[in-house]
Design a protein around this ligand. Structure first.
Ligand SMILES: Nc1ncnc2c1ncn2[C@@H]1O[C@H](COP(=O)(O)OP(=O)(O)OP(=O)(O)O)[C@@H](O)[C@H]1O
Length: 305
């Protein structure tokens, strides 16, 4: 059975009368990359801060590594790293020197430094001082600093924010490597669904402090990929035709709609076969629901990138 790393149950956080988090329940299992998506002010940072114990919460329960209560959570947080409040980097020092300082502060040896530099694509920065680093390099170094104590669960607040397309791709690759090579579990946030779409294994959509939808990578792919939309009054008969055509990847949505996820260029042929089999086709055509449209639909159109 998979191990539950984080279990947040009905967590609420109030700032005055404003509910920044409204009964948020999220469960994260070992090995997951959980992407928290929401527009600015949705409550992503507040949730992460609450989990890390950087701020208190008003209602609900948090369980980390199976532990609850003040003491238990304190212990568990030692196994965690975060980029919400990272220690300041020293601009006059190199990447390697910064990591040495962090290792000393964390009471750990320098053993991990070389592998961390390698992992974060900072191996070749040599004598370059941090003040001359690009934003991407700085962000990667900040993450390296939190990894120095070898945490099992990493929380990254908007790790791709402000990066150029190449920097975003690099960050995604690093996050996937962290999970694959170090067996880490990751919770990360973004205001753009698209930016996490190739990295997260699970998604939670936050809107106005509420978790309005959770879905797996596969569900997201299914919901946002291109498909043939078939509307018919005779779903059963249509399914028989699809089977005869060798089409396997389709989903009956309701009493009249079928989504076909393969053979997207064969609309005319599929239509012909249906008509020949005397299936009453009301409508057939391809559609593509983009990630942002999907997000807009969920959040009621208030999303702005
Ligand atoms: N210290 C605070 N005092 C009062 N209100 C706050 C405080 N911190 C956050 N808020 C409010 O709580 C809500 C959630 O903020 P939060 O920073 O968690 O959102 P977010 O999804 O992380 O957005 P962003 O990407 O802009 O950081 C917002 O309405 C914000 O104004």
């Amino acid at each position: 059975m998979s191990e539950v790393i984080l279990k947040a149950t009905n967590v609420s956080k109030l700032y005055g009368k404003h509910k920044a988090l409204d009964k948020v329940s999220i469960e994260i299992q070992r090995g997951m990359i959980y992407g928290l998506i929401g527009e600015n002010g949705a409550g992503k940072s507040t949730f992460m801060r609450t989990i890390m114990g950087l701020i208190s919460f008003n209602e609900g329960e948090i369980e980390l590594f199976g532990e609850t209560g003040v003491r238990g959570l304190q212990q568990s947080r030692r196994k965690m790293g975060q980029s919400i409040e990272t220690p300041a980097l020293y601009p006059e020092l190199t990447a390697r020197e910064n990591l040495r300082v962090q290792a000393a502060n964390g009471g750990v040896g320098n053993r991990e430094i070389e592998s961390l530099l390698q992992l974060m694509n900072l191996k070749d920065t040599g004598k370059k001082k941090v003040k001359n680093f690009s934003l991407g390099m700085r962000q990667r170094l900040a993450i390296a600093c939190t990894l120095i104590t070898n945490p099992e669960f990493l929380i990254l607040d908007e790790p791709t924010n402000g990066l150029d397309p190449a920097g975003i791709v690099e960050m995604r690759e690093i996050i996937v490597r962290l999970v694959k090579e170090r067996g880490m579990t990751v919770l990360l946030s973004s205001h753009l669904l698209d930016e996490l779409s190739q990295v997260a294994t699970h998604y939670g959509i936050l809107h106005d402090g509420k978790l309005i939808r959770e879905l797996s990578k596969e569900e997201l792919a299914r919901e946002t990929r291109q498909y043939i939309e078939l509307e018919t009054t005779e779903v059963q008969k249509a399914v028989v035709v699809l089977d005869e055509l060798g089409i396997r990847d389709y989903q009956v949505i309701n009493g009249t709609d079928i989504h076909i996820y393969e053979r997207l260029d064969d609309v005319a042929k599929i239509n012909r076969s249906l008509v020949l089999a005397e299936v009453n086709v009301l409508r057939i055509g391809t559609t593509r629901q983009k990630l942002e449209d999907f997000f807009l639909q969920l959040t009621g159109g208030t999303y702005r990138a």
